[in-house]
Design a protein around this ligand. Structure first.
Ligand code: HEC
Length: 284
């Protein structure tokens, strides 16, 4: 019964099903685009090569095979892969020569090895065609360039969304739309302590040239972002987006030189923009 099950036809059928299933999972793994002409050819090639490989091993192993009674399936598979000569028959393949008592057996090349060898040849052809002739596969540097392009696009998107704005990169906004957006944020969140006109109440006067934590867009952005919790200035980064902090900071700086109704006396140091770079990142 068992050897019936293990006949040629069933075996090849089983292997084909396994290989097809494998190829399909591979193809499905890249299903973010519809499989193209070359994908189908590649899958078909893989199936053919695998079947050829396994068929070769199987048929080679059938040659001069003596079936034994009570053989286990494992024994059959082992013989199929190695075609080794049983120990009782080793005398038949013993070679004539002898060196220091060491003698050699003329074993056959195992089918698994031959199959692998043929497979590497076929794979080499497939590789050459895929990467160098039809260019259906991407070489390393092409993959690299594609990734870099994607990363650049993602970066541009991030900059666009404002997520990249921080105290190092922030710039002063001067367009009317941004300033009026900043004014709205200021009215909603800041007037309780800094007054409508920035003259200062609990918080300091924001219209003069004197700054406790440094003037300039970068320092002002930083003070608003991280706050001065010990002195009652809230850490705004949890409530405002980087873009919103940039807008309100720009609005605050646009108040420079205006005259509030009840200005608080100057606090801190007089701020001068550093000459070399306009960043004003020093908050000493
Ligand atoms: C609860 C009161 C309060 C609110 C609300 C508040 N601030 Fe302040 N703010 C302060 C205090 C107090 C200080 C002074 C901190 C110190 O003495 O170090 C300050 C300091 C500042 C400074 C630094 C001034 C300097 O001289 O360096 C800026 C800029 C500022 N606030 C902007 C804002 C903005 C913009 C908002 C709204 C998003 C805001 N503040 C809301 C209380 C407040």
């Amino acid at each position: 019964m068992r050897s019936k099950f293990f006949n040629r036809f069933n075996f090849i059928l089983l292997i084909s099903i396994l290989v097809s299933a494998f190829s399909f999972t591979q193809a499905a793994g890249q299903s973010d685009y519809p499989p193209g002409y070359y994908d189908i050819i590649a899958v078909a090639l893989v199936i053919i090569v695998m079947i050829a490989f396994l068929g070769l091993i199987y048929f080679e192993s059938r040659k001069d095979r003596e079936l034994k009674q009570g053989e286990s399936l494992w024994d059959k598979v082992k013989y199929m892969l190695t075609r080794s000569t049983p120990i009782e028959k080793e005398a038949d393949i013993l070679l004539e020569h002898e060196y220091d008592g060491i003698r050699e057996l003329d074993n056959r090349i195992p089918p698994w090895f031959n199959g692998l060898f043929y497979f590497t040849i076929l794979f080499g052809i497939y590789y050459l065609l895929n990467y160098h002739v039809f260019h259906t596969g991407k070489l390393q540097y092409e993959e690299y360039e594609e990734e870099m392009k994607l990363a650049a696009m993602q970066k541009a998107e991030l900059i666009e969304s404002g997520a990249m704005i921080n105290e190092e990169t922030v710039t002063m906004l001067t367009d009317a739309a941004s300033l009026s957006a900043g004014k709205e944020i200021f009215k909603k969140n800041c007037v309780a302590c800094h007054l409508d006109d920035g003259g200062g109440l609990v918080g300091p006067n924001l219209t003069d040239e004197y700054w406790i934590h440094g003037g300039g867009i970068k320092n002002v952005f930083k003070t608003i972002k991280y706050g001065v919790p010990a002195k009652g200035m809230i850490r705004w980064e949890t409530q405002l987006s980087p873009r919103q902090i940039q807008e309100v900071a720009s609005y605050v700086l646009s108040l420079q030189g205006t005259t509030p109704a009840n200005p608080k006396a100057p606090e801190g140091e007089k701020w001068e923009e550093p000459a070399a770079d306009n960043s004003g990142s020093s908050s000493m």
